[in-house]
Write a protein that binds this ligand. Structure first.
Ligand code: ZN
Ligand code: ZN
Length: 237
C-alpha cells in the first residue's frame, strides 16, 4: 500500500472507530486511545541474549551460530516478552477481538525499538514478508495483523512489503495446543511461494513462540534463493 493510502486508511479507520467505539487504554482505562502514552512507555524492550530456537547464550537479538547454520535465520528481533500482562492484552485485543486500530497505535513503539537497535538491525534493501493467514481466516478477521505491522515497519524504514509472495494454502490446526514437533508437522506444506523470492527477507509476525511458522517460510524462501533472513515480531513467547 502506498504511504498516502496507508495514512488515509488509518485516518478513516480511526475516525470511524472514535465515533462508534470510544477508545480506552487497555491498561489504565484512560480515554482517547487503546494504549495511552504512559502505559506503552512503561513497557521494557526485551534485551534477548539467548537463542530463540535452542536457548543457548547468544548476542543480543541474534540466533546462535549453530541454529543460524541449521535453520537459516540470522536474527529474531522481538520488542517485548509475551508473558507481560499488557503485551498479552495488546495481542489478544489486536488478534482476537479484531481491533485493527491497535496496530496503528504501535507505530511509535516500533519506531523507538528500531532506533534503539539500529546498529543490529540490518534491514537495508530487504523485503518485509508478513506471515500470511489462510485467505478464509483473513476474511473472517478482516485484516492480517502481521501485514499491518509490516506496513508500519515499511513506513519507518522506507523498505518494501510483499504480502503476496508467500501464500497460506492449507488451513492448519491452532498451534497453541501443539508441541514443537507437532507444530512443524502441522505446518508442512502449509505455505507456498508465489513469484520470486527476495535476496534479503525480513519475516514479520505478531508473536514468536517456537518459531515453527517462520522456519517453514524460511525453508521455502531459501530453496528459492533468499540469502539472508531475519525476523521481527511484536512479542516473543
Ligand atoms: Zn494507560
Ligand atoms: Zn540456537
Amino acid at each position: 500500500m502506498s504511504k498516502k493510502n496507508f495514512d488515509y486508511a488509518r485516518r478513516l479507520t480511526s475516525n470511524f472507530q472514535d465515533y462508534f467505539f470510544p477508545k480506552n487504554c487497555l491498561n489504565c482505562g484512560k480515554e482517547g486511545s487503546w494504549l495511552c502514552e504512559s502505559c506503552i512507555n512503561s513497557l521494557f524492550f526485551m534485551d534477548a541474549r539467548f537463542c530463540p530456537f535452542c536457548g543457548a547464550l547468544s548476542d543480543i537479538h541474534a540466533v546462535c551460530k549453530k541454529c543460524e547454520k541449521e535453520i537459516g535465520i540470522s536474527a529474531v528481533f522481538s520488542l517485548f516478552k509475551y508473558n507481560d500482562s499488557l503485551v498479552r492484552k495488546i495481542i489478544k485485543n489486536f488478534k482476537y477481538r479484531y481491533i485493527k486500530d491497535i496496530g496503528y497505535e504501535l507505530e511509535p513503539i516500533f519506531r523507538k525499538f528500531i532506533f534503539k537497535y539500529k546498529n543490529l538491525i540490518d534491514f537495508e534493501d530487504a523485503v518485509l514478508i508478513p506471515v500470511p493467514l489462510h485467505p478464509r481466516k483473513e476474511k473472517e478477521r478482516g485484516f492480517n495483523q502481521a501485514e499491518l505491522l509490516a506496513n508500519i515497519i515499511s513506513e519507518i524504514l522506507n523498505i518494501s512489503v510483499n504480502a503476496k509472495c508467500v501464500k497460506k494454502c492449507k488451513k492448519t490446526k491452532n498451534q497453541a495446543k501443539l508441541d514443537t514437533d507437532e507444530r512443524l508437522k502441522n505446518l508442512t506444506g502449509a505455505f507456498r511461494l508465489i513469484g520470486d523470492a527476495p535476496k534479503k527477507a525480513v519475516i514479520v509476525d505478531d508473536v514468536f513462540t517456537t518459531g515453527a511458522t517462520v522456519r517453514e517460510i524460511t525453508n521455502i524462501l531459501r530453496s528459492a534463493g533468499t540469502e539472508k533472513i531475519q525476523i521481527i515480531t511484536f512479542a516473543r513467547g
